[in-house]
Design a protein around this ligand. Structure first.
Ligand code: HPA
Ligand code: ZN
Length: 348
């Protein structure tokens, strides 16, 4: 069945999804950016929502980060963080996301004088509401900004200790080049000792060596992006045999020029090499789509099959921080989805 057929998009719409790579600040839609700017009396360098969208033309990670950090200035109160996360979770519901593990960047806010507690209170309230009202479970992952110092990361970790019950893991994001995982070895050791799980962005723009460091020096449970692993056959073998999850974000990779076109993306090659890859959205308000759109566009561009979609969805469940009963429930939901969407006897 050609993948652009409506039946394939229908199957994607119904697929139970697990989101493992989304930055909550990257879900700030221009409309909400304007509303919060007005609510908080913040001046924006844009005259309209259209002008904001026109500014979203990026040529690499740094050109995006400059605009992303500027947009985050409108987030000031607990209510703002709540409204941001509540809007994101409504999008999740529309995309049939069953579980989401959400990055947040406290340093982006504490550096502007916004208390750590304000951020986490607003986010956790929205997450609790979504679990009750929409049946979506979630975890928070605190990301350290890797272009800031290890000392600043350690101070952020200390602020997180009071919120240990609400923050599942730590991660590493922001400008990758020149900021290797080894810079944060001591911070991740401390985080592990305090009971946090860990992940790290590696091999988005940076070399395969950063993926190796994240695994060997930071002991991360999964790699965010990781697409540069393909340059290193030995690393590819290791990722496959150790079942290291790679949280891949195809639309992000194209918008940040990691790949020229979605048709050139290596996701299908990584999947065929038996890596535990899955599809996610990164900064959907900036990159042209949430998880459902990432699945649809990638399926169309790479000709993914129902088998591929099932493997991708199962890989995301495998990579998630879920307890065994929750993991089993999601696996059963995916099996039911597959039974409902298998080509029937009349399919050619
Ligand atoms: N890469 C690194 N850091 C980030 C990103 C990303 O795509 N989005 C938000 N912070
Ligand atoms: Zn990311």
């Amino acid at each position: 069945m050609p993948s652009h057929e409506p039946a394939m998009h229908d199957a994607i719409a119904h697929l139970p999804k697990v989101e493992l790579h989304v930055h909550i600040e990257g879900t700030l839609e221009p409309e909400l950016m304007f509303a919060l700017a007005e609510r908080n009396g913040v001046e924006l360098p844009y005259a309209s929502v259209d002008e904001v969208r026109q500014a979203y033309a990026f040529h690499n990670l740094q050109s995006f980060l400059d605009i992303y950090y500027a947009g985050a200035r409108v987030l000031q109160t607990e209510e703002d963080f709540h409204d941001l996360a509540a809007a994101y979770l409504r999008r999740c519901h529309a995309d049939r996301v069953r579980h989401t593990e959400i990055f947040f960047d406290p340093q982006t806010h504490t550096a502007r004088g916004i208390p750590f507690d304000t951020v986490v209170r607003g986010l956790t309230r929205a997450l609790a509401d979504a679990e009750h009202e929409l049946g979506i479970t979630s975890q928070l992952i605190l990301c350290f900004l890797r272009d800031q110092s290890a000392e600043a990361a350690m101070a952020t970790l200390e602020q997180a200790l009071l919120w240990r019950a609400h923050i599942h893991a730590v991660g590493l994001d922001s400008a990758e080049a020149g900021h290797p995982p080894e810079k944060f070895r001591t911070v991740f050791e401390r985080a592990r000792a305090e009971g946090f799980a860990s992940v790290a962005h590696a091999g988005e723009e940076g070399p395969p060596e950063y993926i190796r460091q994240a695994l060997d020096l930071l002991s991360v449970a999964r790699i965010d992006h990781g697409v540069q692993a393909e340059q290193d056959p030995g690393l590819m073998q290791r990722l496959a045999s150790e079942r290291i999850p790679l949280t891949v974000c195809p639309l992000s990779n194209v918008r940040l020029c990691v790949f020229d076109r979605l048709e050139d993306h290596n996701l299908k090659r990584l999947l065929d090499a038996d890596l535990c890859v899955s599809i996610h959205s990164d900064d959907p308000a900036y990159f042209g789509g949430y998880i459902g759109e990432n699945y649809r566009a990638t399926t169309d561009a790479l000709g993914l099959s129902l088998d591929d979609l099932e493997r991708l969805a199962r890989n995301a469940v495998e990579g998630a921080f879920l307890d065994p009963p929750a993991r089993q429930r999601l696996e059963e939901e995916i099996a039911q989805w597959r039974a409902a969407h298998s080509p029937g006897p009349h399919a050619d």
